[in-house]
Write a protein that binds this ligand. Structure first.
Ligand SMILES: Nc1ncnc2c1ncn2[C@@H]1O[C@H](COP(=O)(O)OP(=O)(O)O)[C@@H](O)[C@H]1O
Ligand SMILES: [Mg+2]
Length: 240
């Protein structure tokens, strides 16, 4: 199903330091973590603990300042610019808190826009992934004509359109009401289980940890603990 690599991720002593004038911010300190192909990992931590930083490093949006980050056997920390762009296109799908859809494009065009970069068959592919997230009938609607949950489904379809082995989700339910959030999490579990895509989901909502295979706790830029969830529950059983 997934063809662009196996989605295995290794952090080895990773540091990320931001330098703001005189001030140094250590957003991530000495992170060691291995995420296996097809795992569903939830990253939990308070605001400012380094969750988005960790995700952006995996996504190639930001680069490490120390250590090694190996994805599908390749050290992305030392990749050239062109290779990194190619890596982002083929290996990573991103889903954000605020959906980040282009308001002047329809649902179908938003997805197509992502696919077009790599394929000639973008319209058929866009409709295929919109169908997968249950939105085929809304393909020609603009984001403003869709609910928050529907917009997030379009964003998930966009992320899936390139068939990436890794899906990175930054607070994907942060803007959604409880019921809609649960539906989005159900879709993510399904994508993880049926298609064996690796999913890293960042949240400050501790309840969501119960649906994961493993939970990584971040505190002030450090991984404070990693726990395996014995019996991950269905998102429909969540309460918050
Ligand atoms: N581009 C940046 N420049 C400077 N500091 C940053 C930048 N991005 C994040 N930080 C800092 O790094 C720390 C971790 O931020 P972040 O990863 O966004 O945390 P979280 O997602 O857990 O809220 C915070 O102290 C934040 O202010
Ligand atoms: Mg964040």
């Amino acid at each position: 199903m997934v063809s662009n690599g196996d989605g295995n991720i290794k952090f080895k002593g990773v540091f990320k330091t931001y330098q703001l004038g005189e001030i140094k911010v250590e957003a991530l300190r000495n992170a060691d973590l291995e995420i296996n192909t097809g795992e569903f990992v939830v990253i939990l931590g308070p605001s400012g603990s380094g969750k988005t930083t960790l995700l952006n490093l995996v996504g190639g949006i930001d680069s490490v300042t120390g250590g090694e980050l190996i994805i599908d056997g390749v050290d992305v920390a030392h990749m050239g610019k062109r290779a990194l762009t190619e890596f982002r296109r083929t290996t990573i799908g991103f889903v954000f808190q605020f959906f980040n859809l282009i308001p002047t494009l329809t649902a179908k065009e938003n997805v197509q826009f992502a696919v077009e970069l790599i394929s000639n068959h973008s319209e058929a592919r866009a409709l295929e992934v919109l169908e997968k997230v249950g939105l085929a009938d809304r393909a020609d609607h603009f984001p403003s004509q869709l609910s928050g949950g529907e917009q997030q489904r379009v964003a998930i379809a966009r992320a899936l359109s390139k068939n990436p082995p890794i899906l990175l989700c930054d607070e994907p339910t942060g803007e959604l009401d409880f019921g809609t959030g649960v539906k989005i999490l159900e879709l993510m579990k399904e994508i993880n289980e049926k298609e064996r895509r690796t999913i890293i989901l960042v949240t400050h909502n501790t309840a969501i940890g119960d649906i994961a295979d493993r939970v990584v706790h971040l505190r002030s830029g450090e991984i404070s603990s990693v726990e395996r969830v014995q019996n991950p529950i269905s998102p429909s059983k969540l309460k918050w």
